[in-house]
Design a protein around this ligand. Structure first.
Ligand code: TYD
Length: 141
């Protein structure tokens, strides 16, 4: 299916296409088709020591799509009012994270590999790293 999916301000799981044949599986991320933004950057997180967490910040503009290419981890999303935890453990779906969500990645399994594609180039000024500042910005929204 080639339908373009709409951006929304809600975090949500997006199922990706899965091509299965006897040689194995193949899944796909295409910008503005499977995910609701144009991809400017990809990075991945790996070799996370047991018990370690990543994130603990929000982005002013960046939207993300996060896939567990291998292993498992949880992404905790907080919109300033409600906290939701999403478990990622298969590579044929991912989590869409709108801008201005406090997000944290926790419970990494051994050898987990998190792929993150984003709507922006890296910009340190896009980060909100202070939780009180985040809450204030959400209230002023
Ligand atoms: P950071 O986004 O804080 O990691 P996490 O959210 O997983 O805890 O990034 C860690 C460091 O890497 C920080 O110094 C910024 C740098 N970095 C880049 O230079 N480019 C990038 O695209 C990203 C994502 C991070």
């Amino acid at each position: 299916m080639n339908s373009i999916i709409k951006a929304s301000n809600q975090p949500r799981i997006i199922d990706l296409p899965k091509i299965l044949d006897r040689r194995g599986n193949l899944s796909i991320i295409e910008e503005m088709k499977n995910i609701p933004f144009e991809i400017k950057r990809s990075f991945w997180i790996y070799d996370v020591p047991g018990g370690e967490t990543r994130g603990g910040h929000a982005y002013r503009e960046t939207q993300e799509f996060i896939v567990a290419l291998s292993g498992s981890f949880d992404v905790v999303i907080n919109d300033g009012k409600i906290k939701q935890s999403f478990s990622l453990n298969r590579s044929y779906y991912g989590l869409y994270v709108p801008k201005m969500m406090w997000r944290q990645m926790v419970n990494f399994s051994t050898n987990s590999l998190a792929l993150v594609v984003t709507s922006t180039e890296y910009d340190a000024n896009d980060y909100v790293r202070d939780y009180d500042e985040f809450l204030k910005a959400k209230k002023d929204d």
